[in-house]
Design a protein around this ligand. Structure first.
Ligand SMILES: NC(=O)c1ccc[n+]([C@@H]2O[C@H](COP(=O)([O-])OP(=O)(O)OC[C@H]3O[C@@H](n4cnc5c(N)ncnc54)[C@H](OP(=O)(O)O)[C@@H]3O)[C@@H](O)[C@H]2O)c1
Length: 278
């Protein structure tokens, strides 16, 4: 623990989710007091009356908007929560955003305009999308991932690195205030190559089949996903997966002074817990 983090209480939204759980773990390891905030803890992004209680007396907050930071209504909600936090004296805010997604910029700008001491962490695709969330079931049950990513390459980032970067930024005084930190893994992999890494780690035959965004959207409609959500997802995937994100970002190295975790390490560790086999 440093002088900066002693007696610091950080509100962690999405604390049971992919990034929030890692932010909470890293924060506890750094000596911060974690206040988890999700619907299970009485905090709802969609219910403003639930915000004040969770913010009261805290020093900082990690903001993760559920599901998609580019979703309709996300920027308004991020702006409103950030303003309420500042009003409650919780000035130090770190927002999770995404690389190469035009619609995510509205939420970032709403945060900038809130008067907070802000930091934005723009992340690449999570490695954990393959192990926690909808993709894991396809791989585990069907042995095949059907996804609209073509042969595009992406530097998948391990969410544990996101947790470490968020907490390092929160613990560094003013160093990262007003900064946008882009984080990725250490190498580019196509979705097919990522599935091959998982196959190697599990010893199972697993494959990847590329489909068009439209065909993927029709699949989702068939599974009962609401049309509005499908439309937003198809648009987001078409943009995120058009090659614009096929480059590495240096945020993990710059903030943590070490290499980002590699996808093969992630795959071996998740395979060892039976993620794609049990
Ligand atoms: N996936 C990617 O590759 C990627 C890459 C870059 C950026 N992002 C961004 O990352 C964000 C998602 O992050 P994540 O994967 O860490 O989240 P996640 O795991 O999907 O979030 C789930 C968490 O959010 C809580 N939650 C869900 N709905 C809520 C609501 N209405 N109010 C309050 N809490 C709610 C859940 O707990 P309860 O059920 O208890 O509420 C749970 O703790 C999105 O903004 C996305 O755009 C994702």
């Amino acid at each position: 623990m440093t002088e900066n983090t002693r007696n610091t209480t950080v509100v962690v939204t999405g604390a049971s989710g992919r990034t929030g759980s890692r932010v909470a773990r890293s924060a506890q390891a750094a000596g911060l007091t974690v206040r988890p905030a999700s619907r299970a803890h009485g905090f709802d992004w969609q219910g403003r009356s639930t915000w004040a209680k969770v913010l009261r007396g805290a020093d900082a907050a990690y903001l993760v908007y559920p599901s998609d930071i580019g979703a309709p209504g996300a920027a308004e909600a991020v702006g409103a929560l950030a303003r309420e936090a500042v009003g409650a004296g919780v000035r130090r805010l770190v927002l999770l955003s995404s690389r190469g997604q035009d619609r995510a910029r509205d939420a970032e700008e709403a945060l900038h305009a809130s008067g907070a001491d802000w930091t934005v962490v723009r992340a690449a695709w999570f490695a954990q999308n393959f192990s926690e969330g909808p993709l894991v079931e396809e791989l585990r049950l069907r042995g095949e991932l059907v996804f609209p990513a073509g042969e595009v390459r992406e530097p998948f980032v391990d969410v544990r690195d996101i947790g470490d970067v968020v907490v390092a930024a929160l613990s560094a005084g003013d160093r990262y205030v007003g900064e946008t930190i882009a984080v990725s893994g250490p190498r580019l992999l196509s979705f097919g190559e990522a599935v091959a890494e998982i196959a190697k780690a599990t010893g199972r035959e697993l494959s990847y089949r590329a489909v068009s965004p439209r065909a993927y959207g029709e699949n989702l409609l068939g599974f009962g996903v609401p049309a509005r959500e499908v439309e937003a997802l198809v648009e987001a995937f078409a943009q995120l997966l058009d090659g614009r994100n096929a480059y590495l970002s240096q945020g993990v190295r710059e903030v943590l002074g070490r290499e980002p975790r590699d996808f093969a390490q992630f795959a071996r560790q998740a395979a060892a817990t039976g993620t794609w086999t049990e």
